[in-house]
Design a protein around this ligand. Structure first.
Ligand code: ACO
Length: 508
C-alpha cells in the first residue's frame, strides 16, 4: 500500500502569529524539536517559517528579538491533505524547493510534513529526485550533530564541550583542555596531574618512524613531513580501521598521536636546520616541552604560557575544513592515521591554516605603518586576499584574534604595535572596498605575532597550529566512529549532456 502523508507528518503542528518575533518562533522550533512553524491568522494558514528563514535573517544581521515572522515566512505555501500519497509531497517539495508543508484536513491544520520525514522512503526513489540544493562551499549547512564544540559566528563566541574556549584559555592548561576534549569533562586536580604524566610518557617517536625521519626531513617542509609521519605511525603501531576497532583502543591511539605530533614536528625542523634532535622531557608541560624540543632552550614562563594559550585557542573550531575532512575519512571506516593525514592536508591551505606566516610576511612587506594603507588598497584592488583577515563563520571580531592581540601585548611582542596599526588600516580599507562583507582579523593575524615572540620560526607556524588542532581532530574522529554513517553527498553534473557516442578511434 502506498505511504500516505498522515503516516509521515509531524503532529500537532506548531503555530505562531505573523506578528510573533523570529526569536519566539525559533524558541518554539527548539522546544518542539522541529524545523518549521506554521503562521496562522484566525485559523487560516498564511505562511510557514523554516530554519532556513531564520538563517537568512541571521545572515543579514536582523535582530530576531524584533523581526516579525511575517517578514520572513513563505506566504501561502502549498497545502497537503493527510490522505494524499507521499508522492504528492515529493512533487510539491521538489517543484517549489520547499522543505516543509502544512497538512490540512478540511479547514483544520493537522500536521506538517518535511523533506526529512520523506527521507525514510527516499531510497525508493532515484538519487537525483531526492537531492537537496545547498549553498556552494556548504556555507551554513548543518551536516552532523556533535558534542565536541561549536562556533557562534554572529556573536563572536566559540566553545569546547560546554565551556567557553576563551575562558578555558584564560584559566586552564593545555593538558586540562586536551582531557576535556578526550574525556568530555574537565579533570580534577589529581586527574590533571595523572593525565599530564600519562601523555608526557607518550611523547617518544616509535623507532621505525624515528629511523625514517632524517630522510623525510630532507625532502619536504615540516607539515608535509608530519602528514607522511602520521601515515607511518599508524602503520608501525598497527592501527586498524576505525570500523573494526573498539572505542577504547581508538581513544588510546588518539592520545598517542597527539603526544607524538610535537616531537615529530620539532625533530623535523631541527634536522632540516642541521641541528641535533632534542628529545622530549617528561618534566615539562606540553607547551614548554614544545619550545624546549624546538629551540633546545628552556622557554621563559611567559613564552610557555603564551604558546599554551595559543594552543588551547586553536584546538577546535566547529566543522572547519580540516575537521570535516577528518570526519569524512573516518566515516568510510578508515583508520585514525588516514583521517589525520587528510586533515593535515586540508589545514595546509592558505585559506585555512596556512595564513599566519603569510600574514607576517605581509607585515614585513608593508614595513612601516604609513605604507599600510596604500599597500592594502593596491592588494585588494588587484583582487588579492589579505592574509589573516575574513572568516567563513565570524562576521564580527574573531575572539581568538582579540585574545591573541592581548597575549601579544602582555608579553610585549616586538611586532604587536605595528600589527595593531596595520589591523586597523586593513579593517578600514576592507570596509570601504568590500562594503557589507564584515571582514575582520582572524586567528591567524596575531598567531604569527605571538608565535614569533615565543621563538617559533615562521615555517613552524602552521605545523604548530596542527599540533593543537590534532587534539580537536581526534576528538571528532572518536565521535564520528562511535555513531557513524558514511558521508557521501552528491553533485550537479554540468558537463556536456550524456550519453554522447564514444568516438571510435580512426585507424592510423
Ligand atoms: N581580503 C580581501 N577580501 C576578502 C578577504 C580577505 N582576506 N576575505 C574575504 N574577502 C572578500 C572576498 O573577496 C569576497 O568579496 P566579493 O564578494 O567582492 O567577491 C567577500 O569578501 C566574501 O569572501 P568569501 O571568499 O565568500 O568568504 P569565505 O567565507 O569563502 O572565505 C576565508 C573565508 C577563506 C577565510 C577568506 O576570508 C580568506 O581568504 N581570508 C584570507 C586567508 C586567511 O586568513 N585564512 C585563514 C582563515 S582562519 C582559519 O582557517 C584558521
Amino acid at each position: 500500500m502506498p505511504t500516505v502523508i498522515r503516516d509521515l507528518m509531524s503532529t500537532p503542528p506548531v503555530q505562531a502569529d505573523g506578528d510573533d518575533t523570529l526569536a519566539s518562533v525559533a524558541r518554539r522550533m527548539a522546544d518542539a524539536n522541529i524545523g518549521s512553524v506554521i503562521i496562522a491568522d484566525k485559523g487560516d494558514v498564511v505562511g510557514i517559517v523554516t530554519e532556513r528563514d531564520l538563517l537568512r535573517a541571521a545572515a543579514v544581521d536582523r535582530d530576531p528579538a524584533t523581526e516579525p515572522a511575517r517578514r520572513w515566512m513563505t506566504p501561502s505555501p502549498d497545502v497537503l491533505g493527510p490522505d494524499e500519497e507521499a508522492e504528492v509531497a515529493w512533487s510539491s517539495l521538489s517543484d517549489h524547493h520547499y522543505r516543509h508543508l502544512p497538512v490540512m484536513s478540511g479547514s483544520d491544520l493537522v500536521g506538517v510534513v518535511s523533506l526529512r520525514d520523506l527521507m525514510g522512503i527516499a531510497r525508493l526513489r532515484p538519487a537525483d529526485e531526492t537531492s537537496e540544493e545547498v549553498p556552494r562551499g556548504l556555507e551554513g549547512v548543518v551536516v552532523a550533530e556533535t558534542a565536541v564544540g561549536d562556533v557562534r559566528g554572529l556573536e563572536g563566541f566559540f566553545h569546547y564541550r560546554q565551556y567557553s574556549a576563551v575562558e578555558l584559555a584564560t584559566h586552564r592548561s593545555l593538558e586540562d583542555v586536551w582531557y576535556l576534549m578526550a574525556e568530555g569533562e574537565l579533570p580534577s586536580r589529581e586527574q590533571s596531574v595523572a593525565f599530564g604524566t600519562q601523555t608526557a610518557a607518550l611523547r617518544q617517536i616509535p623507532p621505525g618512524l624515528a629511523a625514517q625521519l632524517p630522510a623525510l626531513a630532507r625532502l619536504s617542509q615540516p607539515l608535509d613531513v608530519l602528514r607522511t609521519a602520521v601515515s607511518i605511525l599508524g602503520g608501525e603501531l598497527g592501527w586498524p580501521p576505525t570500523h573494526e576497532g573498539d572505542e577504547g583502543a581508538l581513544a588510546e591511539q588518539a592520545l598517542r598521536l597527539c603526544a607524538v605530533v610535537p616531537t615529530v614536528l620539532t625533530a623535523t625542523y631541527r634536522l632540516q636546520q642541521g641541528l641535533d634532535v632534542v628529545p622530549p622531557r617528561t618534566d615539562l608541560g606540553y607547551a614548554a616541552n614544545y619550545l624546549w624540543m624546538l629551540t633546545g632552550a628552556e622557554p621563559t614562563a611567559i613564552q610557555a604560557r603564551a604558546l599554551e594559550q595559543y594552543l588551547v585557542l586553536t584546538i577546535d573550531h566547529g566543522f572547519n575544513s580540516s575537521t570535516f575532512t577528518a570526519r569524512v575519512i573516518t566515516s568510510t571506516g578508515a583508520d585514525l592515521a588516514a583521517a589525520i593525514c587528510g586533515a593535515i592536508g586540508a589545514l595546509s591551505g592558505p585559506l585555512h591554516g596556512g595564513a599566519p606566516s603569510r600574514a607576517l610576511d605581509m607585515l614585513d612587506t608593508i614595513g612601516t605603518p604609513e605604507r599600510a594603507e596604500a599597500w592594502v588598497r593596491n592588494a585588494v584592488e588587484h583582487g588579492e586576499r589579505i592574509m589573516g583577515f575574513g572568516h567563513r563563520v565570524y562576521k564580527t571580531d574573531d575572539p581568538r584574534s582579540l585574545f591573541l592581540r592581548n597575549v601579544a601585548r602582555q608579553m610585549e611582542a616586538p611586532l604587536v604595535n605595528f600589527a595593531t596599526q596595520v589591523e586597523q588600516t586593513v579593517v578600514d580599507v576592507l570596509a570601504e572596498l568590500k562594503p557589507g562583507r564584515r571582514l575582520y582579523a582572524n586567528v591567524e593575524f596575531y598567531a604569527g605575532v605571538v608565535m614569533a615572540a615565543c621563538g617559533i620560526p615562521r615555517q613552524m607556524f602552521t605545523p604548530t597550529f596542527a599540533s593543537s588542532r590534532a587534539i580537536g581532530w581526534t576528538a571528532h574522529v572518536v565521535e564520528q566512529a562511535a555513531d557513524n554513517r558514511l558521508i557521501r553527498p552528491a553533485a550537479h553534473y554540468v558537463g556536456p549532456a550524456p550519453p554522447q557516442p564514444v568516438p571510435a578511434l580512426t585507424p592510423r
